[in-house]
Write a protein that binds this ligand. Structure first.
Ligand code: ADP
Length: 241
């Protein structure tokens, strides 16, 4: 499912948080929205999700205007930094949740749910602890469950907002590999918000660098890294080294 953002504008009060943004994400790509805190990444992600309405402009899914459709209609999966799992449910039930709450007409059978959840838990190598509860898992394991849960409903688009932000460097690195692996396996068009340039470079097919509500540059990681298009990008990428 390709995503297109056309001339998208969003203000909070007088602040232009997204200022005439244009962006095309081809189907199946893993794209990182990279930029400092406050640059408008989350707001753009929320508008792609349908959680936030733009002041003007359009969001297109697969070439069709989705600007005024609901989150459910857009069929997006989410992984957030603090998108907690349900503490009273097992890991298995957490992953199964999105399938169980579907309307009767589209709800899979119990056997189909079992097969799907087991397949996903195997993919993130957590099938051996499917009957445990979230509090019995490490932070990294919990985010792997969150990834599996988001993918269980076979979303057309996967949106991730600083999903590994609360974890330590080693676990973050491991989770990046998980994300990449799952993405390569499922081919879901994915948009990933991060302020960490190393993370974006390592995980994404393409990077969109944002600053003050605008897109400074977009391109393949090495392209952006080797040929920063503006002093801002040069400085922002340079800050790590
Ligand atoms: P980022 O994800 O890059 O950190 P955000 O999209 O979260 O940026 O925020 C961009 C700007 O918009 C920030 O200055 C933030 O304070 C402001 N902002 C975000 N959400 C709201 C809101 N609901 N109400 C008012 N201001 C907001």
């Amino acid at each position: 499912m390709s995503i297109e953002v056309r001339n998208l504008v969003k203000h909070f009060g007088r602040l232009a948080v997204c200022n005439h943004l244009n962006l095309t994400i081809p189907s199946g790509e893993l794209v990182a929205l990279l930029g400092p805190s406050g640059s408008g990444k989350t707001t753009l992600l929320r508008m792609i999700a349908g959680l936030e309405q733009p002041d003007s402009g359009h969001v297109l899914f697969h070439g069709e205007d989705a600007t005024h459709t609901t989150v459910r209609e857009r069929n997006v999966g989410f992984v957030f930094q603090h998108y907690a799992l349900f503490g009273h449910m097992t890991i298995f039930e957490n992953v199964a949740f999105g399938l169980r709450v579907r309307p009767r007409e589209t709800r899979p059978s119990e056997a189909q749910i079992r097969a799907k959840v087991t397949e996903l838990l195997k993919l993130v190598q957590l099938d051996w602890i499917a009957e445990r509860y979230p509090h019995q898992l490490s932070g990294g394991q919990r985010q792997r469950v969150a990834l599996a849960r988001a993918l269980a409903v076979e979303p057309k688009v996967l949106l991730l907002d600083e999903p590994f932000g609360a974890l330590d460097a080693k676990v973050r690195k491991e989770l990046r590999r998980w994300l990449r692996r799952l993405h390569d396996e499922m081919h879901v068009t994915s948009v990933f918000v991060t302020h960490d340039q190393e993370e974006a470079m390592e995980v994404a097919d393409r990077i969109v660098v944002m600053n003050e509500g605008k897109i400074e540059q977009e391109g393949a990681p090495d392209e952006v890294y080797d040929h920063p298009a503006s002093p801002f990008v040069l400085k922002f990428l340079g800050d790590v080294n």
